[in-house]
Design a protein around this ligand. Sequence first.
Ligand SMILES: CC(C)(COP(=O)(O)OP(=O)(O)OC[C@H]1O[C@@H](n2cnc3c(N)ncnc32)[C@H](O)[C@@H]1OP(=O)(O)O)[C@@H](O)C(=O)NCCC(=O)NCCS
Length: 203
Amino acid sequence: MRFTDVELDLGDLRLRTLVTTDAALLVEATSREPGRSLWGARPVGPYSLRDAQAALAAWDPATAAQFCLGVLRGRRLLGAVGLMPEHPGSTELAYWVRPEERGRGIASRAVIAATLWVHDELAVPRVWLEIEPGNEPSLRLAQRVGYRFEQRMPQHCRAWTHQDAERDSRHDCLIWVHTSDGTHHPLSGAPHQDAAADEEREQ
Ligand SMILES: CC(C)(COP(=O)(O)OP(=O)(O)OC[C@H]1O[C@@H](n2cnc3c(N)ncnc32)[C@H](O)[C@@H]1OP(=O)(O)O)[C@@H](O)C(=O)NCCC(=O)NCCS
């Protein structure tokens, strides 16, 4: 399969591979971003055209080991889901939604679609997320769409306060997993309770 031209139809939304020529779309989508960068540590806030080109180059399916699917309504970029194949049976997902569109179920729909596509089209049984313990929206999303909490990895993630890895601090990360073995499927967005995960989050 060519990852350069993946396209998933979600009705009013469309997921398609982002390529380097989509940089202007990424600049527009981040224009009101107050927080830290979307696909990497830097920049914080809106992307310049150069930032966007560099970010998309890192996700270029033609040259990189990862690629991303933009979430579009019409020609407007609302967010993206990044896919990072780890080994033949396992792929990590990462995602973001532009600030003005958050809280409307867009990431949930995109993550469900991307997860099913990875299972069904790529025949990858394990899809996983790496989430910071304080990222409440992302944790709620993982739970809502049918991922299960797997483990807390102590000091696993870089804080990216320093460009130099040696000088950077690290923090714990929570690993959430979805498998295609039938034990749990992405749902249609219905929330459900997971007492173990809630307990873990509070630690
Ligand atoms: C995480 C993120 C992608 C969620 O996108 P979204 O489109 O707003 O998500 P959804 O609307 O599908 O909502 C998913 C869940 O998060 C909850 N949520 C959304 N915004 C929230 C907020 N500000 N605070 C708490 N919960 C929030 C929703 O209520 C929903 O949970 P529920 O079903 O239990 O009500 C978005 O907040 C984002 O882009 N954040 C910055 C980048 C990031 O952190 N990415 C994840 C890295 S692991």
